[in-house]
Design a protein around this ligand. Structure first.
Ligand code: ATP
Ligand code: MG
Length: 696
């Protein structure tokens, strides 16, 4: 590998059009970054300044310079983001771009591990565990070591054990230090916890299971391990580009450094003020330290915002100016005019819902497509009331983040069957299946699994085990099913047919075990439909473990239809990097945003503030922040509470917003027929201006 990129014909061979002047579509700083020759490059800049656009143009420029597409790696935070960027690149320079490797860190680690893992001791038929599976395996380790039972005192739960483990892997902070800082009462168990982690690691190895963190860990290990394998992997690419770098962690920084050791061609973009994944081990220090980790880094900063009108930027700038630490500067735009963001107080949740829905209809009436609007919230469950109302009013919406389909117990049950077929050593899935069966409890299940282990997890081991009498019937039923499923079928639609066979046993269990069986059964129909689109069981299991669909639309056809006019409901985390004409931020209430658990922790509060900054800076022309004055429910232990506006919307921030108090007519008990001559739309228009101060 040389330091200088290879020179090929200067534009894609099949293109007959003159090379497009990409620089003309960027400002001077963006253009300099996009056409930057080679070496480490850092673009650090605020929201909406064109970081993602610049990175996209940089990929296009590399292609125009003749770098072969398959030697470019583009790392993004979601699959959706990389698809969007690459289809934009294609529009700029043509289909030559299709071979660019794009994806998340985890999906790239997965691809490399399947390809090269075998030579490093990870047979390529491994199965991926999601977080829930990893926690279950942690529980099996904990139980088998008997650590928890030996002590009567409180011992960390499986979720906590997994969290500490994952944090240790991603941040490289010693376990004892993490426990000392976050769970001091558990310090006395450090030794026991470390033993659990050793057992967990050993279990994964002997069962050929891989958790999310392993995808990064093994990637790094392959790079840093044997010289020849490491050089082969690092030699795959001539240029590596990363979007949203502020949300990467120490482990990812080391991977990048090892990937680029031969050429140093690493371009990263990000905004420290939008770092919102500390809970997964990310740190904005990573982006600030970039120039130290990569000497000779060229730094580009951008300040002109192309997204939002100035009044939205004013509010966002003031909000983030309160942050304790910050590198990126205030944003400004040349866009003139624009309305002040609205601060909307409503009585309660139903009124909030009503305001949002009616305002959406009003904007829609004025010609704004639904897909140009979004409703954002701090956590997935906060949109429940709104979802019901949108459904009633037949307003199509798509929900991002907080989707629980694949986490639902019945869906995981079916996946467990598929997984033991794929990897007979998958202990977590065996345990899950066995516990479903009548007559089998924890100790029988673990006894049966010992039997499997004694027979080295042979695919037919299960049928050979002699079960205790009470489990005999269940054992026969499962054994017969597995035997029938083992016949290899690689014709199209095989995975869907397997699910259908599994359901001959499973549907009765589902009806017995869970409430609302009908809707659960229809979930399984849907799962079967999705599975039908995959070429093999392995491909299906990897895809859904790694890139869980973000929205119900993703679950449908797989391909997104840009033409459908659908409103977006999203958690703020899942809205990262996106933009809409109108954005509604609901539940701007202390305890909801910031979330109550972060109150009292300085660092978490800072992250909540950055999160609100991310939310506000998604809006181009209209931003409405709503807060109910009262809420029902058991928050803070009370049935009913009077809420306070989010602490982030302090006096100065509020001063730059327009106060809006919607005036609602009482809803009639029975919906009345609209009488002729009354223009309902006219009644709706302007209803939100009742309590306005200042502004128009
Ligand atoms: P975020 O921090 O939210 O990820 P970003 O810095 O990545 O934002 P982009 O999403 O790339 O910003 O750009 C924001 C908007 O501004 C996009 O609609 C983009 O097309 C537009 N834009 C950026 N630069 C220019 C430019 N030079 N000319 C015209 N439009 C631009
Ligand atoms: Mg971006």
């Amino acid at each position: 590998m040389s330091d200088v990129p290879r020179i090929y014909p200067s534009r894609p061979v099949e293109s007959t059009e003159p090379a497009r002047d990409l620089r003309a579509e960027l400002n001077a700083e963006q253009a300099a970054a996009a056409t930057f020759p080679s070496g480490p490059l850092l673009i650090i800049a605020g929201a909406g300044t064109g970081k993602t656009r610049t990175l996209t143009y940089r990929v296009a420029d590399l292609l125009q310079r003749g770098i072969p597409a398959e030697r470019i790696l583009l790392l993004t935070f979601t699959r959706r983001a990389s698809q969007e960027m690459l289809s934009r690149v294609e529009r700029l320079v043509g289909s030559a771009s299709r071979q660019v490797h794009g994806g998340t860190f985890h999906s790239t680690g997965h691809r490399l591990l399947r390809r090269f893992g075998a030579s490093a001791g990870v047979p390529s038929d491994f199965t991926i565990m999601d977080q829930g599976d990893a926690e279950d395996l942690m529980q099996l380790s904990r139980a088998s070591l008997g650590v928890a039972d030996a002590k009567k005192k409180r011992f960390p739960k499986k979720e906590t054990l997994h969290y500490i483990y994952s944090r240790h892997i991603n941040t490289e902070i010693p376990i004892e230090e993490i426990i000392g800082a976050e769970y001091p009462p558990f310090l006395e168990y450090v030794e026991a916890i470390t033993r659990i982690y050793a057992d967990y690691t050993e279990r994964k190895a002997t069962r050929n299971l891989v958790d999310y963190d392993d995808l990064l860990l093994f990637w790094l290990a392959m790079l840093e391990g044997s010289d020849s394998l490491g050089s082969r992997i690092a030699g795959l690419y001539d240029h590596v580009l990363v979007d949203e770098y502020q949300d990467t962690n120490t482990l990812q920084a080391r991977i990048l450094s090892a990937m680029c050791r031969g050429h140093g061609n690493l371009s990263v973009v990000g905004d420290d003020a939008q770092s919102i994944y500390a809970f997964r081990g990310a740190s904005f220090r990573n982006i600030l330290d970039f120039p130290r980790s990569f000497p000779d880094t060229t730094i580009v900063t951008l300040e002109e915002n192309y997204r939002s009108v100035q009044p939205i930027l004013d509010v966002s700038n003031t909000l983030i100016s309160r942050a304790a630490e910050r590198y990126t500067k205030n944003l400004w735009t040349k866009r003139e005019g624009g309305e002040k963001p609205w601060l909307v107080s409503v009585q309660d949740e139903p009124q909030q819902t009503r305001f949002v829905v009616e305002r959406i209809l009003e904007l829609h009436e004025q010609g704004m497509p639904l897909r140009e609007m979004s409703v954002l919230f701090r956590a997935g469950y906060m949109s429940a009331d709104l979802e019901i109302e949108l459904t009633n009013r037949k307003i199509p919406f798509d929900k991002w983040g907080g989707l629980k389909f694949l986490e639902a117990a019945h869906v995981k049950d079916i996946l467990a069957f598929l997984r033991v077929l794929e990897n007979p050593r998958d202990e977590v899935s065996w345990y899950r299946i066995l516990m479903l069966l009548p007559g089998i409890g924890d100790s029988t299940a673990r006894g049966l699994m010992e039997g499997l282990q004694e027979q080295a997890w042979h695919p037919d081991a299960f049928q050979r085990i002699v079960p205790p009498a009470r489990a005999r019937e269940a054992h026969t039923a499962l054994g017969t099913l597995l035997h029938r499923l083992r016949t290899t079928d690689d014709t199209p639609g095989a995975v869907a047919r397997e699910i259908s066979r599994i359901r001959t046993l499973y549907d009765d269990i589902l009806k017995e075990k869970y409430d609302h069986p009908d809707s659960r059964l229809s979930d399984l129909e849907q799962l079967q439909g999705i599975a039908g689109g995959y070429p093999s069981r392995g491909a299906f299991l990897s895809a859904i473990a790694l890139e869980p669909p973000q929205s119900t639309q993703d679950l449908g056809s797989g391909a997104e239809d840009d033409e459908t006019d659908t409103l977006v409901l999203s958690t703020v985390h899942s809205a990262k990097g996106k933009e809409w004409d109108a954005v509604f931020l609901i539940w701007a209430v202390d305890g909801y945003f910031p979330m109550s658990r972060s109150i009292g922790n300085e660092e978490e509060l800072e992250e909540e503030r950055r999160l609100m900054y991310v939310a506000m800076t998604r809006a181009r022309n209209h931003l409405a922040v709503t807060y109910p004055l009262h809420s029902y429910g058991s928050r803070r232990g009370a049935d009913y509470s009077i809420d306070q506006l989010s602490r982030f919307l302090d006096r100065e921030v509020r001063g730059q917003m327009e106060r809006v108090v919607p005036q609602f007519d009482a809803l009639p008990d029975t919906p009345a027929e609209p009488s002729a001559g009354v223009d309902l739309r006219a009644v709706m228009r302007g209803r939100f201006r009742g309590g306005g101060t200042g502004g128009r």
